[in-house]
Design a binder for this molecule. Structure first.
Ligand code: AP5
Length: 213
């Protein structure tokens, strides 16, 4: 089964995708994670995208489509979770073409609805384990031992460079201008499902499970 998790920054896409990887043997394709890896590698492309991401703007379609194309050629295990992709109509069209050319289908698009005030709280309070990528929040999801990852035991918590109010405002602007038209696009294709992303993490998990099952 191949699905898209669609929603603004902080909607909980990454949190839910990691759970689906653990429980359903699916593969998370997060273009944000791929771009951060490219950024850390210090390549020419990485340096180019670093500034764009720090400002909260979208990286060009050709770069992200190229990243996804490479991944779709690999093993799909329990299916792909597209997390943060597509983000423009051009990316959505490219994904449809790529799926068709690799003989795969898109089974569901799950829109996670969260209001803007909650997004600001979630993003400014988020930190992640620098070793395994487990996501935490300074109010709603703290590790059992302060500073130590519950998942891998490392003591290397990090905050993303774009997780500040100024970048978040721009990321939200980009979402409403360029990504939100995808809601109508997938509704018209009969693929859209909506879940309440404001609910507790476990309740959001259950809503997504009921769509998938
Ligand atoms: P990306 O990394 O994709 O970031 P994003 O879409 O802004 O989403 P986030 O990762 O910030 O949030 P999330 O929805 O995954 O929330 P999370 O689960 O962490 O993109 C970053 C940048 O890369 C973009 O700005 C752009 O520049 C570039 N980029 C990426 N893809 C691109 C593309 N396709 N095209 C062009 N450019 C691209 O949760 C957030 C916090 O909330 C956590 O602390 C978590 O613990 C907490 N939380 C989660 N769920 C709940 C809940 N139900 N209740 C309470 N707290 C919760």
């Amino acid at each position: 089964m191949n699905i898209i998790l669609l929603g603004p920054p902080g909607a909980g896409k990454g949190t839910q995708a990691r759970h689906l990887v653990d429980t359903r043997d699916m593969i998370q394709l997060s273009t944000g994670d791929m771009l951060r890896e490219a950024k850390d590698s210090g390549t020419e492309m990485g340096n180019k995208v670093a500034e764009v991401m720090a400002r909260g703007d979208l990286v060009t379609d050709d770069i992200v489509i190229g990243l996804i194309r490479e991944k779709l050629e690999g093993d799909s295990k329990g299916g792909f979770i597209f997390d943060g992709f597509p983000r423009t109509l051009a990316q959505a069209d490219a994904l449809a073409d790529l799926m068709e050319s690799t003989g795969q289908t898109l089974d569901a698009v799950i829109e996670m609805q969260v209001d803007d005030a909650a997004l600001v709280e979630r993003i400014t309070g988020r930190y992640t384990c620098g070793e395994c990528g487990e996501v935490y929040h300074n109010v709603t999801k703290r590790p059992k031992v302060e500073g130590v990852c519950d998942n891998c035991g490392a003591s290397n918590m990090k905050q993303r460079a774009d997780d500040n109010e100024e970048s978040l405002r721009q990321r939200l602007m980009e979402y409403y201008k360029k990504t939100s038209p995808l809601i109508g696009y997938y509704y018209a294709k009969g693929q859209l499902h909506t879940v309440d992303g404001l609910a507790d993490i476990d309740d959001v998990r259950a809503s997504i499970a009921s769509v998938l099952d």
